[in-house]
Design a binder for this molecule. Sequence first.
Ligand code: URA
Length: 220
Amino acid sequence: MPTASEPSRDCPLCPRLVAFRETWRAAEPAWSNAPVPSFGPREARLLIVGLAPGLRGANRTGRPFTGDYAGELLYATLIEYGFAIGRFEARPDDTLRLVDARITNAVRCVPPENKPTTQEMRTCRPFLSATLAELPGVAAIVALGKIAHDQVLAAHGERLSHFKFVHGARHRIGGRNERGEVALFDSYHCSRYNTNTGVLTPDMFRAVFAQVRGFLDAEG
Ligand code: URA
């Protein structure tokens, strides 16, 4: 059932992504091959925003960050900082549950080579805006990568030039809109590429979530 925050299974909005989806539906009929819905409770105070589903990860399993390397690091870190419980087994029917956290993607469909176009990001942004609107208690957002950072700013009506993406930075955004202020935390994306090249180490990633944990605990 499509909603303002979740595109329909056959969302027609981005022709290039529709064609890619059709190709993979034919090649791998057992995969999800559909827009990947957000995951986690709507009462969450933390929203984590990724880039887009990985071809053999979320696009296959239908749950964000499930089935590829990025998810291994993300979910282990979330468990460590109390934002998830249970056992992550890289399957949507494992026992992993998010606690006070929800995960979404800036672009909901898998893009070729993990690279959505500017137009695709813009076209998908209303789903991100609606996702934010349906989280009444959101106090913190973690943007995984600059694209997620920019999309969150745009969804809040903020000027991109006022908030530079810096790993480990915390920005105060949203003060001028009716939803109120939110703390935006930047992190390099937890992709295999970033960890293999040393752009992001597990300790650097942990430090971001330690900061978020401290911030939310102080909020009470
Ligand atoms: N899987 C997702 O769901 N999002 C990403 O950004 C990467 C992998």
